[in-house]
Design a protein around this ligand. Sequence first.
Ligand SMILES: *[C@@H]1O[C@H](CO)[C@@H](O)[C@H](O)[C@H]1NC(C)=O
Ligand SMILES: *[C@@H]1O[C@H](CO)[C@@H](O)[C@H](O)[C@H]1NC(C)=O
Ligand SMILES: *[C@@H]1O[C@H](CO)[C@@H](O)[C@H](O)[C@H]1NC(C)=O
Ligand SMILES: *[C@@H]1O[C@H](CO)[C@@H](O)[C@H](O)[C@H]1NC(C)=O
Length: 497
Amino acid sequence: MLLQRTLVVLALTVHTALCGYQRSIVHFDMKGAPPKVAYFKQLLTMMSGLGATGVLMEWEDMFPYQGNLNRIVNKNAYTEEEVISILEHAQQLELEVIPLVQTLAHMEWILKNEEFSHLREDERYPMVACIGDPSSLELILDSVNQLMQVHSKFNTRYIHIGADEAFQVGICEADRLILPVKYENDTLRMIFNHLKKVSINVTEEFPATKVLMWYDELKSAPLELIKEYSLDELVIPVVWKYTANLDNDLPPEMWKNMSYSFKEVWGGRADGASRYWNRLKPYILNNKEWYLQNEKYKLHFTTFDSIIITGWQRYDHFASLCELWPTSMVSLALNLIVLTKFHIDTASAEQVINALNCPPSTTLDQLVAGTDKCRYPGYRARDAIRDYFQLKTFFENSTWVHNRENGWLQSSHMRLSASNPYYIDAIGKAYERTLKKMDTITNNMRTAFTEIFYPDVIEEFETDYITPFYEELQKRKDAVANIDTKRSYGPRPWFRL
Ligand SMILES: *[C@@H]1O[C@H](CO)[C@@H](O)[C@H](O)[C@H]1NC(C)=O
Ligand SMILES: *[C@@H]1O[C@H](CO)[C@@H](O)[C@H](O)[C@H]1NC(C)=O
Ligand SMILES: *[C@@H]1O[C@H](CO)[C@@H](O)[C@H](O)[C@H]1NC(C)=O
Ligand SMILES: *[C@@H]1O[C@H](CO)[C@@H](O)[C@H](O)[C@H]1NC(C)=O
């Protein structure tokens, strides 16, 4: 209900000074559940139909790197021909393509491997590269250049070099040796020097391409330092924040500080927690706020008209899968509208209905609840995930079952195979019904996932989100069956020491 109300409020808000973002870029996070090529192209077509102007491609280990990196790429990695055919498709749709390659932190996919673990900032953690070691820079530039060799065959006006969440710096031996000599013991200087080298390399090799980076390292840096390392000329910051209270979390002073150094700034917002079923409301609230931030701070900059809508499929290389493409589609569609127009009017609702191949009678309420009959690519996976989510919620919501479990089917009952069948037979039936439904849903899910994802995705999804629940019910169902075979019990105590 809350979700629906949010939309109504949005729809009724009269906004006179419509501005919004002219460039809305949708993030393809290939760290988790990378789409198969055919589905990838369908997704791009949908993005275009929904009004996105471009895509941010975070290939991670799915890019067909050669040389030293070749050994460690994902075994499902796309071939170069596949990458090119994907980029050609994007070009035909007139989508702007921005490659993202991490150059400081979030380098888990490389640093997790034994052959590269000596390049870690902190030997215990596989995230940040030891940037004081020249081999790190070499490796990073190699990855950037390989990616750009392919992307630059197409119009590539921007590259994103990541650089968020560098939690450890100045720890590896190479850093400790060089910090006092070259950087006055200031790790930020060392980071800036590194980012400067990366940016210069890209801009010299590919003069038509500008460099974007997350604003983490720039947000509280002294202005003089940004200037000293020429980052004001070399990079464009992408400010990101996922909360609903941006006024508080992105204070005016931060925007002012940015505007002293940078003429252009981009915004970035994200899909949230590691949930497998989409939560629309926080995203819409967050995007509403982003729209307002743009209105408020646009004048500080020559250009502030671009937003990246990030959709993490994993938070990092090791994290569990979160919302997958099929479940995020409606949210993405509605949020794209909120970011460009603020309110969802009839014309934009129609655009969504067309782009997602929905029956004309589809209502916003149905879209928000996920009960629509839209037939967009991947909808079968969406339906299966939704059915599972609803089944699980229904079971968790069945208070009468849990009351009886508390009274007659605790761990002791299961261990001793002893209880009162009068109370547990009915919950045994509930387990059976739920398991049967789950079998059907899981079968549908497997078929649906196989069409659009590589085979490991359904394995991982089931292992994390379905199997634990399934096995718990199976265990309880078996316990009821065992108890039902008994006709009599001996005297208590039943626990023997
Ligand atoms: C950029 O880096 C690549 C890869 O290390 C290297 O081959 C190339 O010469 C560098 N370009 C410039 C202009 O420094
Ligand atoms: C850097 O730190 C080292 C060790 O703490 C110290 O000896 C040195 O004087 C410092 N250098 C500068 C320039 O602050
Ligand atoms: C803005 O910059 C000033 C001077 O560099 C600094 O003291 C202040 O903390 C910065 N404010 C924010 C919100 O980063
Ligand atoms: C859970 O139970 C509440 C209260 O009985 C009910 O309003 C709600 O619709 C139920 N939700 C589901 C998914 O069954």
